[in-house]
Design a protein around this ligand. Structure first.
Ligand code: ADP
Ligand code: MG
Length: 348
């Protein structure tokens, strides 16, 4: 099957004041038709540049981009079967919501009654028919976000590009919009390429995620693969909290040069009680305790200056917070250990 969007060895180098910035560095990826694909990474890692190249707003320095099998590398944005929802929505303040949504049809000379009918249908799709005759300033942030979405959908793009579209919303509204957006994507069957720096957002919405680090794609995987089997230290630490161990520790526990264990996979028993398993893998003392609602995240300091470990302790099994200084026994199953690459620690 032809991919909806294919990038082959795509790079983008910006030159500013004599220096070159490799914003995107030899990225290759295939997004399938109907897929919800997320570009995830910290600020400055190249996500927006990558999205802009797919949309045609920035041309690659090298490499090629195709959409449904056709090479679009040199086409301008309006000749590509994609549309973009930008972070700042950029609605026209003097136009009604209906006219904002219908804008691209007006530019193409579609008659008023047809474009009003289509715009109203899309406002219904995003559950906002009642605001058609208002101006953008009379809408809340979440409503404006949905209008921006309707406006991008009216040209019936095969691929919708979304650059941190929920970034300006508060947490509660963002969570609500996440599930609405996901439901809408499923209903319309359009390919979504979604940019975010928020790992929770990426994990909860995406079919697959590509993780960016310094312009490179470090890993492409489903949310559960990414969380459970990160291939590099960067991915392990960016998509969740990870205990990363090297050297002697990694050799003993995992027979590898670097391993990671998620804090929720470490069992913790407190105090002088004998551990239920005959061998505790590690013994130490509670150094710090953070409350996360459903669990305590406990930092356990190991003797002789060994790296401390984080372990999550369910509140239902330990209603009282562990005390700093308590003796802690830690153990885990072999299945909790994952060898990872640690590129930064590898000599060049
Ligand atoms: P992200 O969206 O992941 O935050 P960007 O793609 O915006 O990252 O930026 C990647 C890198 O490219 C950053 O170092 C940024 O400063 C640089 N960059 C982005 N756009 C330009 C530009 N037009 N000119 C020069 N440098 C740019
Ligand atoms: Mg960006």
């Amino acid at each position: 099957m032809t991919a909806a969007v294919s990038l082959r060895e795509v790079s983008c180098v910006f030159r500013s004041s004599g220096k070159s910035v490799h914003a995107v560095d030899r990225v290759s990826l295939d997004v399938q038709s109907g897929e919800f694909f997320t570009l995830l990474g910290p600020s400055g890692s190249g996500k927006t540049t990558c999205l802009r190249m797919i949309g045609g707003f920035t041309l690659p320095t090298s490499g090629s981009i195709s959409i449904h099998g056709a090479d679009v590398s040199q086409l301008p944005p309006y000749s590509r079967p994609v549309n973009t929802v930008f972070q700042d929505y950029a609605l026209f303040p003097h136009m009604t919501i209906l006219d904002n949504v219908a804008y691209s049809l007006m530019v193409r000379g579609v008659d008023r009654s047809t474009r009003d009918r289509r715009a109203l249908a899309l406002l219904e799709t995003v559950q906002l028919p009642e605001v058609a005759h208002r101006k953008p300033v009379q809408l809340s942030g979440g409503q404006r976000q949905r209008v921006a979405l309707a406006r991008a959908l009216i040209s019936e793009p095969k691929v919708l590009l979304l650059d941190e579209p929920l970034g300006a919303l508060d947490l509660k509204l963002r969570e609500q919009m996440q599930s609405e957006l996901k439901a809408l994507q499923r209903k319309l069957g359009i390919t979504f390429i979604f940019v975010t720096h928020d790992q929770h957002e990426a994990l909860s919405m995406s079919d697959r995620i590509g993780v960016f680090n310094k312009g490179r794609l470090e890993q492409i995987a489903t949310p559960s693969e990414l969380y459970n089997r990160p291939s590099t230290r960067f991915v392990a630490e960016f998509v969740g909290t990870a205990n990363v161990l090297h050297g002697a520790d990694a050799k003993v526990f995992g027979n590898a040069s670097t391993i990671m264990i998620r804090p929720e996979h470490i069992r913790l028993e407190l105090g002088t009680q004998t551990p239920t398993e005959s061998i505790a893998r590690v013994e130490g003392r509670v150094q710090e305790v953070q409350f996360f609602g459903s669990f305590w995240r406990v930092t356990v300091q190991r003797p002789n200056g060994a790296e401390s470990l984080l372990a999550d302790l369910a509140v239902h099994s330990a209603p009282q917070a562990p005390s700093v200084g308590d003796v802690a026994h830690l153990h885990w199953d072999d299945a909790a250990i994952h060898p990872i690459e640690d590129r930064d620690s590898v000599a060049p």
